[in-house]
Design a protein around this ligand. Structure first.
Ligand code: ADP
Length: 503
């Protein structure tokens, strides 16, 4: 069983904690998925609550496109990667609207390219990802003494930072600046583990004794995430349900056994939403602003979306998906029912990037039924907002979903979610039909078993419900009233930080 964390209610209780937050993507500098949103908003909210925090991330070429003021510092140093010496130049910016510094670590060979992990527009990983993130991990640690920081906590995120806890407990265990530092590892998605051939040990520069199934080895491969799980003091993940699920063979991605050995140190803390970015009341990307009391703007947004995507401006239900096109997201179920779905008078809008098989599927339908299907294969932040505002129904039939952000954005935008009851979707979407759910709490539709017929039946149930517009509007309003503020999650992180720094 994973642990529940208590959190304190007022700032006076909070001891000042010094935190170094490591992430391979941070909004607005670089984003491939929800990790970027979270890595921006957690530090921002921790800082608001009095935590001293800095963020460290790689300086990819694409960072230059964010139009953020970035300055070169005078910090430059070298680290050994394999048999070679590599140089790291440190740049600095701030999380917008805050004084939280973001240190960007630059090395042209490793990060002088636009993709974060893959060749842009493909699912093909860069061949040197092992070296790239060994470099990031080592240079991030090396920056700390150069900034003269004595962090209480280094907070790592996902496999890209998985070796950091290992370094802290081995190569850097006697470092003056890091002696008292505790490690938190957050798993945003257990399916991505950073698996590399044993040759990568040479780049990692770690003792071969660690290449053992008790530590870094995983079926003959070097596993960065496993390293993080084994060597961190605390492991968190992004919803309470996912924290339980990952300790089972069904959801454990081969690491459930390792996770069970750490069960007493695993905590689920649900992500929140940055309502300064995602709120129809003041969203600058959408055609008209609206509130829960006055929904007229939503109709304007729906028409604007239809116009923009060249769909007929009709009063039919618009179903949307904004997603990475991967197996995780339940797209095989959608493919199975798609033909039948299109027999209804509806419109379907997709925004996504990812696997070709899914791209081709939706492109094909957009070509043969253009009056019903709009397929947008790109990463487009403004369009994501416009779809959230203009759609009626948001589909997330995920095979697994650590937390999920889009169902929460959808709630705020009055776009009713249909989800599979798993991970963070189970913790946030409450089916109208569930008798134990108060009518005011109900905010969407869900189904449990991973099955196309069940998805189809749930969509039909939603279509039936949609016919009664006043009931539908109540459901929309329920969702719009519910909030998942980051402050609540940030307080839980603080409470965890305190619990491990006190020991
Ligand atoms: P995951 O992290 O698994 O991709 P989440 O729901 O947690 O899923 O977060 C996805 C984030 O990425 C959301 O902010 C979503 O709006 C955004 N997103 C995903 N695909 C696209 C896209 N093609 N264009 C714009 N935003 C996207």
């Amino acid at each position: 069983m994973s642990q529940k964390c208590e959190f304190k209610n007022n700032n006076e209780d909070i001891i000042i904690v010094n935190v170094v937050y490591l992430s391979s993507e941070v909004l607005p500098f670089a984003k491939s998925g929800g990790l970027a949103d979270i890595s921006s908003v957690i530090p921002k909210n921790l800082n608001k609550l009095g935590v001293n925090i800095i963020v460290i991330m790689p300086f990819y070429t694409i960072v230059k496109e964010c139009n953020c003021p970035i300055e070169k510092t005078d910090i430059t140093y070298r680290v050994i990667i394999g048999d070679e010496v590599k140089t790291c130049c440190v740049y600095r910016s701030f999380l917008p609207g805050t004084d939280v510094p973001v240190y960007l670590l630059h090395n042209e060979q490793y990060f002088g390219r636009n993709g974060l992990y893959n060749y842009p527009g493909t699912m093909r990983n860069y061949e040197d990802n092992c070296e790239r993130f060994v470099f990031f991990s080592k240079t991030a640690i090396e920056l700390i003494p150069r900034l003269k920081l004595h962090p209480d906590i280094i907070h790592c995120n996902d496999w890209q930072t998985g070796l950091v806890p290992v370094y802290l407990k081995t190569l850097y265990k006697n470092n003056e600046y890091l002696k008292k530092t505790r490690m938190v590892m957050t798993i945003h998605n257990l399916a991505y583990q950073g698996l590399f051939s044993p040759d990568c040990m040479k780049y990692a520069g770690l003792d071969w004794n660690l290449f053992h199934w008790n530590y870094l080895e995983f079926y003959g491969m070097l596993n960065f995430l496993k390293a993080g799980i084994v060597f961190s003091d605390i492991i968190t993940t992004v919803s309470e349900t996912y924290a339980e699920e990952i300790q089972t063979p069904e959801y454990g991605e081969g690491l459930d056994g390792v996770l069970r050995t750490r069960a007493k140190d695993i905590y689920g803390i649900l992500n929140g939403i940055d309502y300064s970015l995602w709120n129809p009341e003041n969203d600058a990307f959408i055609a008209a602003n609206y509130t829960e009391e006055n929904l007229t703007g939503k109709q304007v947004c729906k028409k604007a979306l239809q116009r923009k995507l060249e769909l007929p401006e009709k009063d039919v239900s618009v179903i949307a998906m904004i997603t990475r096109l991967t197996d995780q997201k339940g797209l095989d179920l959608v493919m199975k029912i798609f033909k039948n779905l299109l027999k209804f008078d509806i419109q379907f809008v997709l925004l996504g990037t990812g696997e070709i098989v899914y791209q081709d599927f939706f492109k094909h339908y957009a070509k043969i039924v253009p009056e019903k299907v709009s397929s947008n294969i790109s990463f487009n932040e403004p369009l994501a907002h416009q779809i959230e505002a203009g759609a009626d129904i948001f589909l997330m039939p995920s095979r697994y979903e650590p937390c999920g952000l889009n169902q929460l954005y959808s709630l705020k935008y009055g776009t009713v979610p249909i989800v599979r009851h798993t991970g963070g979707l189970a913790d946030t979407i409450f089916d109208i039909r569930h008798e134990k759910i108060h009518k005011e709490k109900a905010n969407g539709f869900s189904f449990k078993e991973y099955n196309a017929d069940l998805l189809y039946a749930t969509i039909i149930r939603a279509f039936d419900f949609y016919k009664n517009r006043s009931e539908w509007t109540k459901l929309m309003r329920n969702g719009m009233k519910q909030n998942w503020p980051w402050e609540k999650s940030a307080k839980k992180y603080i409470s965890l930080y305190e619990s491990i720094t006190k020991n």
